[in-house]
Design a protein around this ligand. Structure first.
Ligand code: V47
Length: 353
């Protein structure tokens, strides 16, 4: 059986076979990924109405790719009070958001309660609002800084009302590269262990992969293989999100941005290789809206959401600071021949627009 036949027959690919997919013609590869997407999701494209909140940019860690944390390149440190955060939530709730996505830098000065109590405040005021919060990198930071086990932090998250975990902080799992781009942060195995423990609590999460910087194709495949293995055990990942590296205001100093051709191949390969993760997100923030729309034909079935405010990627050059208008978003999905379906954070369908 040749590689293409194996993909069509839905046989599991080895590392070498997955890597070989990159040598295929883009459109041939795209058609294979699209067939899988259509078999699972038809022409539906999922999105949600959400609000991102990044409550502090003061960070104990130094990731070379990050333009968000307060440092020499971005000397504007801030930490929001809970009142400020609640004001944002109150305001966004009037626009019918279904999810708040709360991710912070690793601020050593706020105390653990500052990180956790805000979830309780949000849930007691808006019990139906989904709280997606705390990346595994934050969990690791809080555990280290406050001398607690991962289990203890994860139990607190459940107690304080976190519904699901976002996929941030995965970056790229290869240890040598990880050491180069974000030394000192949560290790690859720790990131995977934290998500495994979260899944063992009956909870769901997402997973990202930061690509388009110093990594090679084999590092991306290695990242996917490690995820596929964990997902076989837990089934707890809802969605895979390849994040395209944004080049501005950071210390990685990558001069040549990745090509659209390579981004689409990576999307298509993710859809094929990650046969046990149901959703593939083309995160319009890092891919650009236009390429995210094209990615719908290369395996992607989810475009994230309206976001309203975005600080992490926009600090590095993405055009996402003010989110995207809901009506415009829906029209774009429709105009590209897909059916916009509003989902909740756990991928239950809410409304076909
Ligand atoms: O973990 C930081 C990345 C992530 C850059 O779970 C960068 O649904 C590109 O994880 N270029 C945070 N990326 C965002 C994230 C996320 C976003 C949307 C949805 C979900 C989800 C998760 O942003 C970080 C890091 O990998 N990042 N700097 C940069 N220069």
């Amino acid at each position: 059986m040749d590689l293409k036949e194996k993909v069509v027959a839905a046989e599991r690919l080895s590392f070498d076979e997955a890597l070989k997919l990159y040598e295929m013609d883009l459109f041939e590869l795209g058609a294979l990924a699209d067939a899988k997407r259509q078999a699972m999701h038809g022409k539906k494209t999922y999105f949600n109405i959400n609000r991102h909140i990044n409550p502090t940019n003061i960070c104990a860690d130094i990731c070379k790719f990050c333009a968000y944390s307060a440092n020499r390149k971005n000397p504007n440190p801030y930490t929001m009070s809970h009142e400020e955060i609640m004001k944002i939530v109150d305001d966004a709730y009037t626009r019918d958001i279904k999810e708040v996505h709360i991710v912070s830098a690793h601020n050593p000065d706020t105390g653990l309660e500052w990180y956790l109590d805000i979830f309780k405040k949000i849930k007691s005021k808006y019990p139906d609002l989904h709280v997606k919060a705390l990346t595994a990198a934050e969990v690791d930071f809080l555990a280290r800084h406050y001398n607690k086990s991962y289990d203890a932090i994860l139990d607190l998250m459940v107690e304080y009302g976190v519904d699901s975990m976002p996929g941030g902080g995965a970056e790229i799992f290869d240890e040598e590269l990880r050491d180069y781009i974000c030394k000192g942060k949560v290790s690859s195995q720790q990131w995977l262990d934290i998500h495994q423990k979260w899944h063992e609590r009956g909870k769901k999460s997402n997973v990202t992969m930061l690509f388009g910087h110093v990594e090679k194709r084999e590092h991306r495949i290695d990242h996917m293989m490690r995820l596929r293995e964990l997902q076989d055990k837990t089934g707890g990942f809802n969605c895979f999100i390849p994040l395209v590296y944004q080049t501005e205001n950071n210390y990685l100093n990558i001069k040549e941005p990745i090509t659209a051709h390579e981004i689409l191949k990576t999307m298509a390969i993710s859809r094929i290789v990650l046969d046990n993760i149901p959703n593939l997100k083309a995160y319009w923030v890092t891919s650009t809206v236009n390429l995210a729309l094209v990615a719908q034909e290369f395996g992607a079935n989810d475009l994230d959401g309206t976001i309203e405010r975005e600080s992490i990627n926009s600090a590095a050059g993405a055009a996402s600071a003010n989110g995207i208008n809901l009506k415009e978003f829906i029209a774009l999905i429709k105009n590209t021949g897909f059916t916009p379906v509003e989902r909740d954070s756990l991928y239950n369908e809410l409304k076909e627009w």
